[in-house]
Design a protein around this ligand. Structure first.
Ligand code: ASP
Length: 433
């Protein structure tokens, strides 16, 4: 029995957890068990996300130091760095443009019942205010503050917050490069230490993954009860009002996940559609369940290395950076949301304003932390850049969580594709076996 369970692929186990979570969630909503779910089921999901986040920082630190110090030269690193960033920016801009096109073709704002506008604005105004304060803090910083933010003043402080992942990445690359610059003899014992730390971290991930089906079950069940409460009809009517907006965002996200990425993987990474989709499924499901690219990182890394033969050197570099800066799903969502709100408020956007949305949504997705709901905070910056009333956020608040789940799956898929392409480039150059 034990042996059979081990043989079941991770994606199947997660899918089963997810399906049971959905069934339980619907049952709980219909039988008034929401409180029971939040008291007795949801903590198991929280524990799972905490475990994943707990391992994310040591994973980045150790695997990135190992990845960089295993490279042959610093030139290889800068080459890989430039390519990675360029691919990330290109895919993000494509995602924003896709979002804008869909929002103009479907025009979701025109389907929105006007009587709902007032109700929603009143209902969620408090939530908007708290998001606004967070966005103000980001906006008040100077234009180059993002560069300053990358450099930690205290690595221990940086490692206490998952939102400071870029600082950890900076520190790890600094150590890795320094190792490359020093004679091998001098760094021998440190390399050994990093090697065994790497093995330990990977083993911990394996252990945590044993708990994945239960964690996913609990996460999904509590998301359903959180959204619906004990009144399924209320949330259904909200979903209906926002239906076209939801459909527009989901259509864009599905185009990315089902067409754009697999095409990129096969054209530029030489990986077949089905192989890619199957290989990356566990990471997508994990992104869906946790709504956090950072928490999903250990699974994304495992998927690309074990199922798609991406070398650890590449995945350790490309994926942590991607989890923090490459959020195609988030940028697409921000573009659609901005135009949807403009349509509801009957604001006509000029060509320059659309270009501004492309620029700010790209930057805002880069600036979004890899945690649940981060994209929505940064959406405020997109809205205010083109003078769309930020109160409009209240309109889309109710459906943000399910969209966050899907866009996080897209975000992690985008990172994986780029890791395949960068890996392929290195193979072609003969730097890997
Ligand atoms: N939850 C997303 C992520 O972690 C970010 C967002 O769009 O809110 O990738």
């Amino acid at each position: 029995m034990q042996l059979n369970l081990k043989k079941i692929p991770l994606s199947v186990k997660i899918l089963v957890g997810l399906a049971l979570g959905v069934i339980f969630g619907i049952f709980a909503v219909n039988f008034g068990l929401s409180k029971f779910t939040s008291d007795w089921i949801s903590p198991f999901g929280e524990i799972f996300v905490r475990l994943l986040k707990l391992i994310a920082i040591p994973l980045i630190l150790v695997s990135l130091i190992k990845g960089v110090s295993d490279l042959r030269s610093t030139a290889g690193l800068s080459n890989m760095g430039i390519k990675t960033i360029l691919y990330y920016i290109c895919t993000t801009v494509i995602a924003v443009c896709l979002g804008i096109c869909l929002a103009y073709i479907i025009k979701p704002g025109n389907f929105f019942p006007k009587e709902q506008q007032q109700t929603l604005c009143e209902k969620y105004s408090e939530n908007v205010e708290s998001r606004q304060i967070e966005a103000e803090i980001v906006k008040e910083k100077g234009p180059l503050s993002f560069l300053v933010d990358i450099v930690p003043e205290n690595i221990f402080e940086a490692s206490t917050q998952n939102t400071m992942m870029l600082q950890i990445i900076f520190f790890a690359i600094l150590i890795g490069v320094t190792i490359l610059l020093l004679p091998r003899k001098k760094t021998k014992s440190f390399r050994k230490f990093i090697d065994s730390s790497n093995s330990i971290v990977l083993k911990i991930i394996e252990i945590v993954m044993l708990y994945a089906p239960i964690g996913v079950f609990a996460l999904i069940a509590s998301v359903i009860t959180d959204i619906a409460g004990d009144d399924p009809n209320g949330s259904i009517s909200l979903f209906k009002a926002l239906g076209m907006y939801v459909i527009t965002v989901i259509t864009g996200l599905f185009i990315l996940i089902l067409i754009f990425y697999p095409t990129m993987a096969s054209l530029l990474g030489k990986i077949r559609y089905l192989k890619f989709t199957k290989a990356i499924l566990p990471a997508q499901l994990m992104g869906f369940s946790t709504s956090s690219s950072a928490a999903t990182l250990p699974v994304t890394k495992k998927c690309v290395e074990e199922n798609l033969n991406v070398s650890p050197e590449v995945s350790s570099f490309v994926l942590p950076i991607g989890a923090t800066v490459n959020m195609d799903g988030t940028s697409l969502y921000q573009a659609v949301a901005a135009i949807f709100i403009a349509q509801v408020f009957a604001i006509d956007l000029s060509f320059v304003e659309i270009l501004t949305i492309i620029l700010t949504a790209t930057l805002a997705s880069i600036g979004s932390a890899a945690v649940p709901g981060a994209g929505m905070i940064m959406l405020l910056i997109v809205l205010s850049s083109v003078h769309i009333p930020v109160e409009g956020l209240a309109l889309i608040f109710a459906v943000d969580r399910p969209l966050d789940m899907i866009r996080t799956s897209v975000n992690v898929t985008g990172d994986s594709v780029i890791s395949i392409i960068i890996n392929r480039g290195l193979i072609k150059k003969g730097k890997h076996t």
